[in-house]
Design a protein around this ligand. Structure first.
Ligand code: PGA
Length: 253
């Protein structure tokens, strides 16, 4: 089985309602035809999920994702959004463990394990983010750091559940900084991630795991990154906010 390739756009907390419509309309107008086993995922702010799902409903291969969800299924959690709500609005995926959630909202590996369980149980597949800060990269211990994030949040899953996880490697020092990992640095980490997944779930499961790169990925560097054997696509922030750039990144896949 060929593993899935994915180009995902993480809009973060950006765009007006009008700009949201314009961007999705411009993308669908391009009538991008995707190769087999390829998906495009858009993760808008919660308040736009309904409209983006509506605008994309006839566009083959395009799916909607949440940017986060709560670890509980429902209840008195003011300001939070549940996995079931995302699912009901048409999301296929939810992003969990983005470094901005880990940093600004103090989400740790144990909490993320709970969120992963809830999201999967509610029918969402998970785009699980991992990645090291600059000081860890400079100390040369990035593999241990990322492997612990993955083991502590995912390795309680059985094989069937793990098959519903997409891993996104996003070195924090490359996010929104214009400073991308070199394709060799990214490939090294992706190969490391695939080997730890193989160690836990077997080689076939590892070969079927989609591993995305994120961090200042853009229309210029996407092709070289995506050409690496263990890089199966990207999680795109800034460059996903412009239809032409995002379409060029999709084409690089
Ligand atoms: P960036 O963000 O492409 O703007 O660096 C990527 C991300 O945080 O998902």
């Amino acid at each position: 089985m060929a593993r899935k390739k994915i180009v995902a756009g993480n809009w973060k907390m950006n765009l007006s309602p009008a700009a949201c419509n314009e961007l999705v309309t411009a993308l669908t107008a391009k009538q991008i035809s995707l190769p087999e086993h390829t998906e495009v995922v858009i993760a808008p702010p919660y308040v736009y999920i309904d409209r983006v799902a509506g605008l994309l409903k006839d566009t083959t291969g395009f799916f909607v994702s949440g940017q986060d969800c709560h670890q509980k299924t429902s209840g008195a959690y003011t300001g939070d959004v549940s996995a079931a709500m995302l699912k009901a609005l048409g999301c296929k995926y939810v992003i969990l463990g983005h470094s901005e959630r880990r940093g600004y909202h103090r989400e740790d590996n144990a909490l993320l394990a709970e969120k992963v369980n809830t999201a999967l149980a509610e029918g969402l597949d998970v785009i699980f983010c991992c990645g090291e800060p600059l000081e860890i990269r400079e100390a040369g211990t990035q593999n241990d750091f990322v492997n612990a994030q993955i083991a502590e949040s995912l390795f309680h899953l059985d094989g069937a559940a793990m098959a519903r996880i997409v891993i996104a490697y996003e070195p924090i020092w490359a996010i929104g900084t214009g400073k991308t990992a070199t394709s060799a640095q990214a490939q090294d980490m992706h190969a490391n991630i695939r080997s730890v997944v193989a160690g836990k779930y077997g080689q076939e499961a590892a070969d079927n795991t989609t591993i995305l790169y994120g961090g200042s990925c853009n229309a210029q560097n996407a092709q070289e990154l995506f050409a690496q054997p263990d890089i199966d696509g990207g999680l795109i922030g800034g460059a996903a906010l412009k239809a032409d750039d995002f379409a060029a990144i999709i084409a690089a896949r």
